[in-house]
Ligand binder design. Sequence first.
Ligand SMILES: CC(C)(COP(=O)(O)OP(=O)(O)OC[C@H]1O[C@@H](n2cnc3c(N)ncnc32)[C@H](O)[C@@H]1OP(=O)(O)O)[C@@H](O)C(=O)NCCC(=O)NCCS
Length: 172
Amino acid sequence: MRSKTDEGYIRLRPMTAADLSPISAIEQASFLTPWAEKDFIKALAQNQGTLCWVAEWIEEPHPPRVVANVIVWLILDEAHIGTLAVHPEYRGRSIARRLLAKVLLEATRLGATHALLEVRACNQDALHLYNKFGFAVVGVRKGYYQDAGEDALLMTLNPLVPEILAELVDNR
Ligand SMILES: CC(C)(COP(=O)(O)OP(=O)(O)OC[C@H]1O[C@@H](n2cnc3c(N)ncnc32)[C@H](O)[C@@H]1OP(=O)(O)O)[C@@H](O)C(=O)NCCC(=O)NCCS
């Protein structure tokens, strides 16, 4: 899948082991407690029940650059978002919106009817993104983030509607 912008293209595709190095850099730049490379290796090994996707930025004549990643666990009919991050230099270009919509759309094809995630209560950028999808806060996990002693908001999107997700993937 490709989408044209003034400067380049975004391509959304499944993650491979060759993506681990740029993904580690994105995680380090994005989180207080980033996922380790071994966490992604484990996710990739669970090829059934775990969706691992990346967004690549393509700007010829440069080689494609992995600029975002997402992991979603499928637990029965639930899509649980494990991690989602965009490289700081590439934020604000709708990459997270399109990547998350794409992976949730894939999840619906595999039987997911709703999605669940935890987010730091202070993470305004992520809350903007999730509000755009229609996620609703359904609970608080006290002290969930041990690194800063912060609470997590528990958010769900129920139901997942493939037509709406398809629009969020394609809508530039
Ligand atoms: C949260 C994060 C993934 C958003 O990535 P992004 O690619 O910049 O987000 P997008 O450009 O796709 O924004 C999606 C929507 O959210 C809204 N949004 C995102 N950031 C916003 C901001 N700073 N202010 C206002 N609205 C914002 C916009 O409405 C946007 O809609 P649009 O695509 O129609 O313009 C990114 O900031 C990030 O990697 N943060 C660090 C890691 C993180 O917090 N991950 C989430 C963990 S729960």
